[in-house]
Design a protein around this ligand. Sequence first.
Ligand SMILES: NC(=O)c1ccc[n+]([C@@H]2O[C@H](COP(=O)([O-])OP(=O)(O)OC[C@H]3O[C@@H](n4cnc5c(N)ncnc54)[C@H](OP(=O)(O)O)[C@@H]3O)[C@@H](O)[C@H]2O)c1
Length: 297
Amino acid sequence: MGTHRPVALVTGASSGIGEATALALVRAGFEVVGTSRNTAKVAPREGVTFLDLDVSSDESVTTLVQQVIDRFGRIDVLVNNAGIGSSGATEESSVAQHQRVFDINVFGVIRMTKAVLPLMRAQGRGRIINVSSFYGFAPQPFMSAYIASKHAVEGYSESVDHEVREHGVRVLLVEPGATNTSFEGNLVQPDTPLPLYESRRRTVDQAVANAVRSGDDPAVVAQGRRHRSHHRQAEAALPRGTVRQAHEPGAPSRPGPDLRPADPQVQQTAGLTPPARPMRLPAPEEATTFPASRRRA
Ligand SMILES: NC(=O)c1ccc[n+]([C@@H]2O[C@H](COP(=O)([O-])OP(=O)(O)OC[C@H]3O[C@@H](n4cnc5c(N)ncnc54)[C@H](OP(=O)(O)O)[C@@H]3O)[C@@H](O)[C@H]2O)c1
């Protein structure tokens, strides 16, 4: 079975940003396939065909992509939206927990991308839209597994975009700010909580929960109206109504700002005590003696 309409595949379309994106793509005229780990529990959405997918399973990804090809014959747009958050200081979470977050947020994106690329190349066209986050370029203590995973998605997306664009495929990033979804109820919690970190962790958890509750409606993200919504400088670098195409020709790869001035704000949000002597940046003549990778310390 084929279709004359362009086909979009949205991972994690059972709720939040994924659901809003799937519905926006239906309105835009796409044949839309949405996924969930358990489609039996998903309420039907007009215009969306739901199929089962766990992005942390190689087998599930392969099966899903083959199902879409068998049914619709093509995939024009892949939205890698499925993701989970994390809470806790890095000392409080096992390596296995960090791996769990990466397996969904990073390797899930990689699995899906690798599964659709041969088809998109053969089609000579395709768009892969990776839902990153404001936290794809900013730090946040007590969420480091999640923050590291979104930074990884950014580097991966920007690099792969270079590889595939000559084949008619582009990779784009969406970097939403706080958005009112069930995200914050699905955080991976620390498996070895330590009293030392408890109060700071709770402060951050509460701040994030408040931000999400009072955040944008998911439809705002789906319609591409607001990206990097918490950072005016970065927002100004982006035309409204578009998502960021990794490496717009001629544009800097990271239009984002220097985030060092945000450091005190990050500390304040987490209720952290600033160091007695603020860290001094090296003077230019000193910096030349540092290896390049240490100059940003
Ligand atoms: N909410 C925010 O403030 C915010 C801000 C910036 C970025 N984001 C990003 O936006 C994306 C969507 O999050 P959301 O806020 O809309 O949260 P959400 O409502 O909790 O949605 C997460 C989706 O991911 C799916 N999912 C989770 N684990 C999965 C797995 N192993 N395999 C396949 N699907 C899986 C869930 O589907 P099932 O449970 O049905 O399988 C669900 O539909 C995430 O990548 C998140 O990092 C969110």
